[in-house]
Ligand binder design. Structure first.
Ligand SMILES: [Zn+2]
Length: 315
């Protein structure tokens, strides 16, 4: 049997065929030109059926189709409630899809799907994993006892918006001091630029090529070059990062927290070990024998497709 996963992004739809060993065996991509919810439902059905045709697979060989949306979903009713970047409000996607193909359809949030993908690909059987994606914001996907935790209305599990600095920086969500204002990739870029302006002699200027070229890698490269100002930026950034991670551990104590997104590429083994010990210092259960393990995410860009497909396995 196979599982189909569709990762719905703001600009592209990516579909994939996942086999019984949870491996991605074929993919298909198409640009998203949103006209109406009706038309989009049709496009999703075209994607899934096209994937079967291209790979010579019968409908009867597919156990389920899962879809990950950038927003909140009501999986039980098969409805996408609201998405960011695509004007979807209360879209009955399962109903539209079923006009073309009556296969079990599962819906999930994209960050949750990515977490589910990482959970099934961890390499050993886990009960709990939290994926923290450090990108433009901070996305979090919480898997406990093999199930996605997204709250009573699908808007839960938004770990980027836990406050770590009371009255701190203004966040897009309306609160001040949210974790993602301090520990996302965008936050690291802002912190890097501020440190460069304060330190005209810093190696961050040479490494980046100028303020406009600063990205999430700048500070890591400058630290490797021995730059003191960069070291201070990274140290402070890691402190912000561990505040949020420790909050998660104190509440859920997952077996594993996987770090993904652009910033995670800069975290080498030594920095991961530093993070692990910094987090431990802040955790309530620090004397316990079993502790939450911090790892880097493994699936990269395919996590969303694989996780969407595995919504059917998780149930
Ligand atoms: Zn916020």
């Amino acid at each position: 049997m196979y599982y189909i996963g569709i990762d719905v992004g703001g600009t592209n739809l990516k579909a994939g065929l996942v086999d019984e060993n949870y491996q991605l065996v074929a993919t298909k991509k198409t640009p998203l030109h949103f006209v109406s919810m009706e038309q989009m439902g049709e496009t999703l059905a075209d994607m899934a059926l096209g994937l079967l045709e291209e790979n010579g697979i019968e409908r009867s060989q597919v156990a389920s189709v899962g879809m990950g949306f950038p927003g909140s979903v009501d999986n039980r009713r098969g409805v996408v409630i609201k998405t960011v970047n695509i004007p979807i409000r209360f879209m009955p996607v399962a109903e539209i899809f079923h006009r073309r193909w009556d296969v079990p359809v599962y819906l999930g949030n994209d960050a949750d799907c990515a977490a589910l993908g990482e959970y099934y690909h961890y390499g050993e059987k886990l009960e709990s994993l939290i994926l923290v994606t450090l990108g433009t914001g901070i996305g979090t996907g919480i898997i406990l006892n093999g199930k996605i935790q997204s709250g009573c209305n699908g808007f839960g599990g938004e770990g980027g918006h836990i406050v770590i600095v009371h009255g701190g920086e203004q966040c897009t969500c309306g609160r001040k001091g949210c974790w993602e204002r301090y520990a996302s990739a965008s936050a690291l870029v802002r912190q890097t630029k501020a440190a460069m302006e304060a330190n005209p002699a810093s190696a961050m200027w040479q490494v980046s090529g100028g303020l406009e070229q600063v990205d999430g890698r700048t500070v890591f490269a400058a630290v490797r070059a021995g730059d003191a100002a960069a070291k201070a930026v990274l140290e402070q950034y890691l402190d912000y990062l561990v505040e949020g991670l420790a909050n998660f551990i104190n509440i859920f104590q997952p077996e594993v927290i996987a770090l993904g997104g652009g910033v995670s590429h800069g975290l080498d083994e030594e920095l991961m070990a530093t993070l692990q010990s910094k987090v431990l210092e802040l955790c309530f259960g620090r004397e316990a024998e079993r502790r939450t393990k911090l790892v880097k995410a493994r699936l990269g860009n395919d996590a969303g497709i694989i996780g969407a497909a595995l919504l059917g396995v998780s149930g």
